[in-house]
Design a protein around this ligand. Structure first.
Ligand code: GLU
Length: 420
């Protein structure tokens, strides 16, 4: 039986194991078990019908030892404080594993944004920004998109912050529209990183890219783009899903028309998609499909101990943050599955956020070739470091990634010391 899943306990447990393998003393890393700052806010919104609703929001900064805190903002009806804390820790680890000079943070608002009109969503975003204003800024904490947030919402955050300052501050947030300082390549960056990581693990295992069978859970900004780029690189995407269910095609789905269909809006979902040769299947059938690579790119806790034993894919590339529970991870490891862990597999987004921030604070613009090349270099270097660390220590890539990241954070902390 799976005990009630708490993502924060999950991340602390893996961190403890990595610390033991690094032979760290409790003193070296005890501070990392506690986020530096946790801000809970109440966000009143005047709804279109004249009523007032109050939403709960958070901004949690886990660590600033290696640089300004960095991490997205998600809008989801089920978020709670432990989830945001876990997501903030994952951001610290993610930035450290790819070695960009940031700490980690995360924000969230407990809301189903699909139930709000555009005006209500804008008011919510502006008021949330005003409430977390003392914490954020280009030199201290830089939000970005996450689940159910996008470039338009980042634009509202940038504008609200700038109005308080009295001048434009594009570097306060990343993932903005290009017209106001967003970076080319940012929207696709997480999916592109997932593609690079999939290619790299196949390469390391001596497997071909061409014809590789893949299943993708989640058709949002991460899963949708990863599926498209992987198909374009010669892989066959056999199954995909979103919240409404999945679709399957034996000789491979054509991803572009699916994304076009989903982007049409007015609630278009995978369950409504029809094309020749397509079978409608459940989300569970997507996760357990007979493929070479599984990419969970939806929410946390999707690959749990009930599912893990039935996964047929030999390789799992974690597009989402925390998609695998600790128990499921043990089952998968025992079954010899190769897992490219979330903090490495989905780090492409924050790497290009870093490039966006660099451009903003220096008033520069890079072209997309520059962005994609620099992303590839950073993410492949990180893959190699994690691969080597795992090999040296005869452990999984997840543990290798945690070891590389933890070591960097702990070293920075030690050099700086504790104030006062
Ligand atoms: N939300 C993304 C993540 O979980 C991106 C964060 C960022 O770009 O700051 O990695």
């Amino acid at each position: 039986m799976e005990v009630k899943y708490n993502p924060y306990d999950n991340v602390l447990e893996i961190m403890d194991r990595a610390a033991r393998m690094l032979e760290l003393s409790e003193n070296d890393y005890v501070t990392l078990k506690y986020p530096e700052r946790e801000l809970k806010v109440s966000i009143p919104v005047e709804m279109d019908d004249g009523s007032t609703r109050v939403f709960e929001g958070y901004r949690i900064q886990h660590s600033s030892s290696r640089g300004p805190c960095k991490g997205g903002i998600r809008y989801h009806q089920d978020v709670d404080v432990d989830e945001v804390k876990a997501l903030a820790v994952w951001m610290s680890l993610k930035c450290a594993v790819v070695n960009i000079p940031y700490g980690g943070a995360k924000g969230a608002v407990k809301v189903n944004p699909k139930e709000l009109s555009k005006n209500e969503l804008k008011s919510l975003t502006r008021r949330y920004t005003a409430m977390i204003l003392p914490l954020i800024g280009p030199e201290k904490d830089i939000p970005a998109p996450d689940v159910n947030t996008n470039a338009e919402i980042m634009g509202w955050i940038m504008d609200t912050y700038s109005m308080f300052k009295g001048y434009s501050v594009p570097g306060v947030v990343t993932g903005k529209p290009i017209e106001i300082g967003g970076s080319l390549g940012r929207r696709e960056a997480t999916g592109r990183g997932v593609m690079f990581m999939t290619h790299e693990i196949l390469h390391r295992l001596g497997l071909p890219i061409l014809g590789t069978k893949i299943a993708v859970q989640g058709m949002g900004n991460v899963g949708g783009i990863a599926a498209r780029l992987l198909q374009e690189s010669g892989c066959r995407i056999l199954a995909v899903s979103d919240v409404s269910g999945g679709i399957f095609k034996k000789d491979g789905l054509d991803i572009k028309p699916i994304l076009k269909f989903l982007a049409e809006g007015n609630g278009k979902l995978i369950k409504d998609y029809e094309a020749a040769g397509i079978l409608h299947i459940t989300n569970e059938e997507v996760l357990t499909a007979d493929v070479d690579v599984l990419i969970p790119a939806a929410l946390e806790n999707q690959v749990n101990s009930q599912i893990a034993g039935r996964i047929k894919a030999g390789i799992i590339v974690e597009g989402a943050n925390g998609p695998t529970t600790v128990n499921a991870d043990r089952i998968l490891e025992a079954a010899g599955k190769r897992i490219v862990p979330d903090i490495l597999a989905n780090a492409g987004g924050v790497v290009v956020s870093y490039f966006e921030w660099i451009q903003n604070i220096q008033f520069l613009t890079w072209d997309d070739e520059e962005v994609n090349k620099a992303l590839e270099k950073i993410i492949i270097r990180a893959f190699n470091e994690v691969w080597d660390k795992a090999k040296e220590n005869n452990t999984s890539m997840r543990m290798g990634a945690y070891m590389v990241a933890l070591d960097r954070i702990v070293k920075a902390k030690k050099i700086r010391g504790i104030f006062p």
